[in-house]
Design a protein around this ligand. Structure first.
Ligand SMILES: CC(C)(COP(=O)(O)OP(=O)(O)OC[C@H]1O[C@@H](n2cnc3c(N)ncnc32)[C@H](O)[C@@H]1OP(=O)(O)O)[C@@H](O)C(=O)NCCC(=O)NCCS
Length: 160
């Protein structure tokens, strides 16, 4: 991250940023994630189970959302905190599953989400925060204060 990540952030009037809630299952959370990739049919029961798993491990899993003026989820983002042994028990953040509802794109919500998650990683004591993205999103993440840092390798067990 560059110094740019520490600039003051703001959302459009009436929009809010907060942690994911259980009730977001029926508040456009899954539909917003479908803008990013295939999600499949997630039952409320399965959502509840996953939400409990994330909540019980909230030192690791930190899913967040942005709501519009109507209180509907229009952006998603996950921060994962990894405690390592290297660098004197250093900690790093991983940003995952950034998505903005199609009709809400271009309002700097993605920028707000990424910078907010990066800021939370910094506050949690991380020495860096990293993410994977496709080539066509490099420019977006550069505007969020990131720089190209390496090459992603993958060994797929399933293809989505
Ligand atoms: C990529 C995405 C998150 C951007 O969110 P957004 O809210 O529309 O973007 P913002 O309004 O915050 O854009 C911030 C800046 O990045 C630029 N930008 C947005 N998408 C871009 C892209 N793909 N490439 C280059 N620049 C981009 C914007 O033009 C804006 O520039 P400006 O500050 O000069 O005006 C959103 O388009 C999206 O959800 N896409 C589908 C899912 C996805 O690809 N997620 C990322 C997975 S790694």
């Amino acid at each position: 991250m560059t110094q740019e990540s520490t600039i003051q952030l703001s959302l459009p009037e009436g929009y809010t940023f907060r942690k994911l809630k259980l009730t977001d299952y029926s508040n456009n959370y899954i539909e917003t994630l479908k803008v990013l990739t295939t999600v499949g049919n997630i039952s409320e029961e399965n959502f509840n189970k996953l939400f409990q798993e994330w909540s019980q491990n909230s030192h690791i899993y930190q899913p967040h959302v942005i709501l519009n003026k109507e209180g509907v989820v229009v952006s998603t983002g996950m921060l994962l905190l990894e405690s390592k042994l290297i660098h004197e028990c250093g900690k790093i953040g991983h940003i995952e599953d950034i998505s903005v509802a199609k009709e809400e794109q271009g309002k700097k919500l993605g920028n707000y989400m990424v910078k907010s998650l990066a800021s939370l990683a910094e506050q949690a004591g991380c020495y860096k925060v990293i993410l994977d993205c496709s080539d066509h999103n490099v420019g977006f993440y550069e505007k969020c204060g990131f720089e190209v840092g390496g090459v992603e390798m993958v060994h797929r067990f399933f293809r989505y």
